[in-house]
Design a protein. Structure first.
Length: 131
């Protein structure tokens, strides 16, 4: 079985050493026992768990949600689906909000382009308003 030092595990998983230590402190991964002489070593399973955490983060899951996913393991597709559906709803809501922001910014840029320096900047005025 392959064994990794914390630095090689971090490098292979694409995270920092301090990230691994943080994950251990919050209970996302277990800290391997330290032999009397030598360094703690991490297994392929530890490495896969680190990669799982990184992929879940890329999908927008929080560390608390990832902890829940890890606790569910392979056995509870219904609960996992429920968590993923909730995350999907959150993402769709954020996309809707971002589209609204983009529309507003487009209008502000257009109003600034038509201003031609005749008055105060419409973008600054719009941001300054209490609306």
């Amino acid at each position: 079985m392959a064994r990794f030092t914390i630095s090689s595990a971090a490098r292979n998983a694409g995270v920092g050493v301090e990230t691994i230590r943080y994950y251990q402190r919050i209970g996302l991964i277990q800290e391997p026992s330290k032999p009397v002489t030598g360094y703690r070593s991490y297994t392929n399973e530890d490495l896969q768990q680190l990669k799982f955490i990184q992929r879940a983060k890329q999908l927008g899951f929080s560390l608390a949600e990832i902890k829940t996913l890890l606790s569910l393991g392979d056995g509870s597709c219904d609960k996992t689906k429920q968590l993923a559906s909730s995350k999907l709803d959150d993402v769709k809501g954020k996309i809707k909000d971002l589209k609204s922001i983009a529309t507003t910014l487009e209008k502000l840029v257009e109003s600034c382009e038509s201003n031609r320096g005749n008055s105060a900047c419409p973008i600054i005025e719009a941001i300054s308003r209490d609306e």
